[in-house]
Ligand binder design. Structure first.
Ligand SMILES: Cc1ncc(COP(=O)(O)O)c(C=O)c1O
Length: 383
């Protein structure tokens, strides 16, 4: 008897243990994890420094409430601002959707009701709450959940001219994933991302970078937007931020953040001290060496996948940056995900045809090579 709400397509395996780059099932089979819990366990499973930080915080307190000033929160906020956007404020929440919800509310409040529309992009994914569902550029996620929250325009990704044409006096912000994750690993072009920043400056509207999947070093830079040499006005982080615990953040430039006052927003658990202590350890772990390693491993991985493309014509394209890679197939990828699982690899398929790889940053070249060999074997066996 399973009493869980039936909303997930789950793998037919039960996990008994997860450590480093590996997951074990209850039958004792070992898998190499190329999924990282959708880019959460970026430092591998159960990283020592995160566990130590959690234990340290737990020895003091577990939950105290945002009615108290709290040191782990303050320290983590300071560190995030230092690493990303100087002169910013941070709001902590528990999930990516909540971080984006806060970004949307702040953008609307900043313009005091005069501007309320947010431009987002087709194939984007911003979360499952009602506003972030409305922001998401894939209508399938909204089916059955209407009426849809008003005020979101979904435009073509990587088409700057359309964006310019669609900015109206009601437009408050543009919200973008520098690389669309759930949408199939679609990389924003340099011209597009730079153009968005320029348009936001010209029209005096806000640029929101949804870094829930691209942030925390995943692309070889701390933020995905850092690949373009531009800065957003609001950045959202989640997934890997808590080192494996639930934690998300909305970073807001001071000039925008000043519109928010006590009582305007809040969360019971947001910025939980244990999660923030874990987050401090996770963020501190992402130093320049680690970012360089992500970029280097990403190039090796990508070259391996591209090598397959030249041998197998049913591979349409390899895309991505750093260790956020996608391989688009000419056929549905569910069978390949299953084959990989049977051969000891955890990966996933998004938008039906894009195999998505989000390995931990600790992934070894030998592990990448073994995955490439397994994919090659799949094509040789299955055509
Ligand atoms: C870019 C992006 N934004 C927002 C979200 C929503 O995050 P959460 O599931 O933590 O609410 C996701 C989740 O996959 C995401 O990839």
């Amino acid at each position: 008897m399973n009493n869980l709400l039936n909303v997930y397509n789950q793998l037919d395996m039960e996990v008994s243990k997860a450590e480093g780059n590996n997951i074990w099932d209850t039958n004792g089979n070992k898998y190499i994890d190329f999924f990282s819990g959708i880019s959460v366990t970026n430092l591998g499973h159960r990283p020592k420094e995160v566990i130590k930080a959690i234990e340290g915080a737990l020895a003091q307190y577990m939950h105290i409430s945002n009615i108290f000033p709290e040191k782990y929160q303050k320290e983590l906020a300071g560190l995030l601002v230092e690493k990303t956007m100087p002169e910013s404020k941070v709001f902590f929440s528990n999930s990516g959707a909540e971080a984006n919800e806060c970004a949307i509310k702040v953008a609307r409040k900043f313009f005091d009701g005069e501007k309320f529309k947010i431009i987002t992009f087709k194939n984007s994914f911003h979360g499952r709450t009602l506003a972030t569902l409305a922001a998401t550029g894939q209508s399938k996620f909204r089916k059955g959940f209407g009426p849809v929250v008003e005020g979101f325009d979904h435009l073509d990704f990587n088409f700057l001219a359309t964006v310019e044409e669609n900015i109206t006096p009601e437009t408050a912000a543009i919200m973008v994933e520098p690389i669309q994750g759930e949408g199939g690993i679609n990389v924003g072009t340099k011209e597009f991302m730079e153009g968005l920043r320029k348009l936001c400056d010209e029209k005096k509207i806000l640029l929101i970078s949804d870094e829930i999947q691209t942030g925390m070093g995943r692309t070889g830079k701390f933020l995905g937007i850092d690949n373009y040499g531009i800065e957003a006005d609001i950045v959202t982080l989640g997934k890997a931020l808590g080192g494996g615990l639930p934690l998300a953040a909305t970073l807001i430039k001071d000039k925008v953040a000043s519109c928010m006052e006590p009582g305007d927003h809040g969360s019971t658990f947001g910025g939980n001290p244990v999660s923030c202590a874990a987050g401090l350890a996770a963020v501190n772990a992402i130093d320049d060496d680690m970012l360089e390693n992500v970029a280097k491993k990403g190039k090796i991985f990508r070259a391996g996948l591209e090598g397959l493309t030249s041998r197998h014509e049913t591979i349409k394209e390899v895309r991505g940056k750093g260790l956020m890679l996608g391989m688009e197939l000419n056929f549905k990828g569910a069978g390949m995900v299953k084959y990989l699982q049977e051969n000891g690899f955890i990966a996933n398929c998004t938008r039906e045809r894009v195999l998505r790889f989000l390995p931990p940053f600790t992934i070894r070249k030998s592990e990448i090579d073994s995955l490439i060999d397994c994919i090659d074997k799949y094509f040789k066996e299955r055509g």
